[in-house]
Ligand binder design. Structure first.
Ligand SMILES: *[C@@H]1O[C@H](CO)[C@@H](O)[C@H](O)[C@H]1NC(C)=O
Length: 119
Protein backbone atom coordinates (compact mmCIF):
# COMPACT_ATOMS: atom_id res chain seq x y z
CA UNK A 1 0.00 0.00 0.00
CA UNK A 2 1.25 3.50 -0.83
CA UNK A 3 2.28 5.69 2.06
CA UNK A 4 -0.19 8.39 2.95
CA UNK A 5 0.62 11.74 1.32
CA UNK A 6 0.04 13.53 4.60
CA UNK A 7 0.47 12.82 8.29
CA UNK A 8 -2.58 12.48 10.45
CA UNK A 9 -2.54 14.91 13.34
CA UNK A 10 -3.69 12.11 15.65
CA UNK A 11 -2.80 8.78 14.04
CA UNK A 12 -3.71 5.30 15.18
CA UNK A 13 -6.71 3.36 16.32
CA UNK A 14 -8.56 4.58 19.39
CA UNK A 15 -11.02 2.81 21.66
CA UNK A 16 -13.73 4.43 23.72
CA UNK A 17 -17.44 4.40 24.45
CA UNK A 18 -20.09 5.48 21.98
CA UNK A 19 -23.19 7.44 22.95
CA UNK A 20 -25.65 9.72 21.16
CA UNK A 21 -27.14 13.12 21.83
CA UNK A 22 -29.55 15.70 20.50
CA UNK A 23 -27.63 17.83 18.01
CA UNK A 24 -27.81 21.60 17.62
CA UNK A 25 -25.30 24.43 17.59
CA UNK A 26 -21.86 22.87 18.00
CA UNK A 27 -18.52 23.90 19.45
CA UNK A 28 -17.29 24.17 15.85
CA UNK A 29 -19.90 26.86 15.24
CA UNK A 30 -22.13 24.90 12.87
CA UNK A 31 -25.71 23.86 13.50
CA UNK A 32 -26.35 20.17 12.93
CA UNK A 33 -29.54 18.15 12.96
CA UNK A 34 -30.10 14.61 14.14
CA UNK A 35 -30.09 13.26 10.56
CA UNK A 36 -26.53 14.33 9.84
CA UNK A 37 -23.53 12.02 10.24
CA UNK A 38 -21.58 13.92 12.88
CA UNK A 39 -20.02 13.27 16.27
CA UNK A 40 -18.49 15.09 19.20
CA UNK A 41 -15.11 14.16 20.61
CA UNK A 42 -14.20 14.53 24.28
CA UNK A 43 -13.23 17.93 25.60
CA UNK A 44 -9.85 16.35 26.41
CA UNK A 45 -9.14 15.52 22.78
CA UNK A 46 -10.82 18.66 21.41
CA UNK A 47 -8.85 20.98 23.63
CA UNK A 48 -5.51 19.26 23.01
CA UNK A 49 -5.91 18.65 19.28
CA UNK A 50 -2.65 19.48 17.43
CA UNK A 51 -2.83 22.98 15.95
CA UNK A 52 -5.44 24.24 18.39
CA UNK A 53 -4.00 26.74 20.82
CA UNK A 54 -7.17 27.65 22.66
CA UNK A 55 -9.30 30.67 22.01
CA UNK A 56 -12.25 30.51 19.64
CA UNK A 57 -13.31 26.82 19.52
CA UNK A 58 -14.81 27.39 16.04
CA UNK A 59 -11.23 27.58 14.76
CA UNK A 60 -10.12 24.19 16.06
CA UNK A 61 -8.55 22.23 13.17
CA UNK A 62 -10.43 19.13 14.39
CA UNK A 63 -13.63 20.70 13.04
CA UNK A 64 -14.75 18.86 9.91
CA UNK A 65 -12.30 15.97 10.29
CA UNK A 66 -13.67 12.62 9.18
CA UNK A 67 -13.51 9.58 11.42
CA UNK A 68 -14.68 6.03 10.89
CA UNK A 69 -15.97 4.14 13.92
CA UNK A 70 -16.51 0.39 14.28
CA UNK A 71 -18.70 -1.54 16.69
CA UNK A 72 -19.48 -5.27 16.54
CA UNK A 73 -18.95 -5.57 12.81
CA UNK A 74 -20.77 -2.36 11.91
CA UNK A 75 -19.21 0.93 10.95
CA UNK A 76 -20.07 4.53 10.32
CA UNK A 77 -18.13 7.53 9.03
CA UNK A 78 -18.86 10.89 10.61
CA UNK A 79 -17.53 14.43 10.64
CA UNK A 80 -16.33 15.88 13.93
CA UNK A 81 -18.23 19.07 14.69
CA UNK A 82 -18.59 19.15 18.45
CA UNK A 83 -16.98 18.86 21.87
CA UNK A 84 -18.32 16.51 24.57
CA UNK A 85 -17.86 17.63 28.15
CA UNK A 86 -19.01 14.34 29.71
CA UNK A 87 -16.82 12.11 27.55
CA UNK A 88 -13.63 10.28 28.50
CA UNK A 89 -10.68 10.96 26.20
CA UNK A 90 -11.45 8.56 23.33
CA UNK A 91 -15.26 8.45 23.58
CA UNK A 92 -17.45 9.57 20.69
CA UNK A 93 -20.86 11.17 21.14
CA UNK A 94 -22.77 10.57 17.90
CA UNK A 95 -25.78 12.13 16.24
CA UNK A 96 -28.79 9.79 16.39
CA UNK A 97 -28.43 9.01 12.65
CA UNK A 98 -24.80 7.96 13.07
CA UNK A 99 -25.38 5.99 16.28
CA UNK A 100 -28.19 4.04 14.64
CA UNK A 101 -25.69 2.66 12.09
CA UNK A 102 -23.80 1.00 14.94
CA UNK A 103 -26.51 -0.18 17.34
CA UNK A 104 -30.07 0.20 18.54
CA UNK A 105 -30.86 3.28 20.61
CA UNK A 106 -31.99 1.05 23.52
CA UNK A 107 -28.39 0.00 24.05
CA UNK A 108 -27.56 3.65 24.76
CA UNK A 109 -23.89 3.25 25.61
CA UNK A 110 -21.57 1.18 23.45
CA UNK A 111 -18.46 -0.26 25.06
CA UNK A 112 -15.40 -0.80 22.89
CA UNK A 113 -16.03 1.43 19.89
CA UNK A 114 -12.82 1.53 17.83
CA UNK A 115 -12.15 4.44 15.53
CA UNK A 116 -9.53 6.40 13.65
CA UNK A 117 -9.20 9.65 11.77
CA UNK A 118 -9.45 9.56 7.97
CA UNK A 119 -7.83 12.95 7.46
C1 LIG B 1 -30.22 18.31 8.18
O1 LIG B 1 -29.14 19.02 7.64
C2 LIG B 1 -28.80 18.62 6.33
C3 LIG B 1 -27.51 19.34 5.93
O2 LIG B 1 -27.63 20.71 6.13
C4 LIG B 1 -29.96 18.92 5.40
O3 LIG B 1 -29.65 18.49 4.11
C5 LIG B 1 -31.20 18.19 5.91
O4 LIG B 1 -32.31 18.55 5.10
C6 LIG B 1 -31.47 18.52 7.34
N1 LIG B 1 -32.53 17.65 7.83
C7 LIG B 1 -33.49 18.09 8.63
C8 LIG B 1 -34.47 17.07 9.07
O5 LIG B 1 -33.57 19.27 8.99
Amino acid sequence: MAASAFALAVPGKHTGEGTYYATGLTACGVTNNDSEYIAAVSHLLYDSFPGYSGGNPNHNPICGKSVTAHYKGKSVTVKITDRCVGCAKWDLDFSPAAFSKLAAFEIGRLEGVTWSFNN
